[in-house]
Ligand binder design. Structure first.
Ligand SMILES: C[S@@+](CC[C@H](N)C(=O)[O-])C[C@H]1O[C@@H](n2cnc3c(N)ncnc32)[C@H](O)[C@@H]1O
Length: 276
């Protein structure tokens, strides 16, 4: 996709998240600002840390982390449209010295093992091979560092119509199920000290939308949404399908630590003889 394409993309082909970003939505994950606040609390950030935000979207969390904790953030995404908006938002927020935006695929991150103190992925792994993505998040985290992820889940078993509307039509190919599923995936990727927070999916409820975007942001979003026939058509198709799934949907924040490397016995310091 060229730069021009990122400004005037073919709306019909956009996934719902890219479409929301095009209309100016800033927070594009199921737990909204509430789950991002939980990530900020669980991550135990301190100034100067190296943080990676994978699938950064329009860089709202990356900018927030830099402003709030004075950490240095690398924000990567696979979508040219998201990257263009992320770069613009970082520039406008005046944090270009602390947030770097670049291309990166969650299943093949262009970083060395242990390159970051903390790695975040909000609503990204379910688009790809989830086990592989979780292992990759752990790989680029330093031993003793934290991995923090927000995931979708079904809070209660969805009706067949709700499941089909969300996973079959709105987000075809996306894969998620229950909390136990995510516990298995992140535990299996090697994280320890796992902690969870969960709550309802409010991104597309009136209350959640206003909490995430504010009255001005929500009004701008609606104005943009009504500014072209193609946007109106896409909203009219997407919103009722998402609404069908909302009562069953929720979010899960997963926080876990990459264990410190075990010291091989041969390299471990010799036991000191007891002094008498
Ligand atoms: C639901 S949006 C979340 C955006 C952002 N994390 C947020 O919470 O606002 C999913 C994001 O993941 C990105 N994405 C999808 N597949 C990806 C991949 N393989 N590697 C990196 N990013 C990916 C999308 O482009 C999109 O920006």
């Amino acid at each position: 996709m060229t730069t021009n394409d990122t400004r005037r993309p073919d709306v019909k082909k956009l996934d719902p998240y890219a479409f929301f970003a095009l209309l100016g939505k800033r927070v594009i994950h199921p737990g909204g600002r509430r789950s991002t606040d939980q990530i900020m609390e669980l991550g135990k950030f301190s100034p100067g840390q190296r943080v990676l935000d994978v699938g950064c979207g329009v860089a709202t969390t990356a900018i927030g982390l830099a402003q709030r904790f004075d950490v240095s953030v690398t924000a990567v995404d696979i979508s040219p449209l998201m990257l263009a908006r992320a770069e613009r938002n970082v520039r406008r927020a005046g944090v270009s010295d602390r947030v770097t935006v670049s291309h990166g695929d969650i299943v093949d991150l262009p970083f060395a093992d242990g390159a970051f103190d903390c790695v975040i992925a909000e609503a990204v792994t379910m688009f790809v091979d989830r086990e592989r993505a979780a292992r990759e998040l752990v790989r680029v985290t330093r031993p003793g560092g934290w991995v923090l992820a927000t995931e979708f889940l079904w809070r209660r078993p969805p009706s067949p119509a709700a499941r089909e509307a969300f996973l079959g039509q709105v987000c075809p190919g996306m894969l998620f199920d229950t909390q136990e599923d995510w516990e298995r995936i992140y535990g299996g990727a090697g994280l320890s000290e796992l902690e969870y927070r969960s709550g309802p999916f409010e991104m597309m409820t009136v209350r959640g939308f206003l909490a995430d975007e504010g009255v001005v942001g929500a009004t701008r979003f609606m104005a943009r949404g009504l500014s072209r026939a193609s946007y109106v058509r896409k909203l009219a198709w997407t919103v009722p399908r998402v609404a069908r799934a909302v009562p069953y949907l929720g979010y899960l924040v997963v926080a876990g630590r990459r264990p410190h490397e075990a010291v091989p016995t041969a390299l471990a310091p010799a036991a000191q003889p007891a002094t008498i």
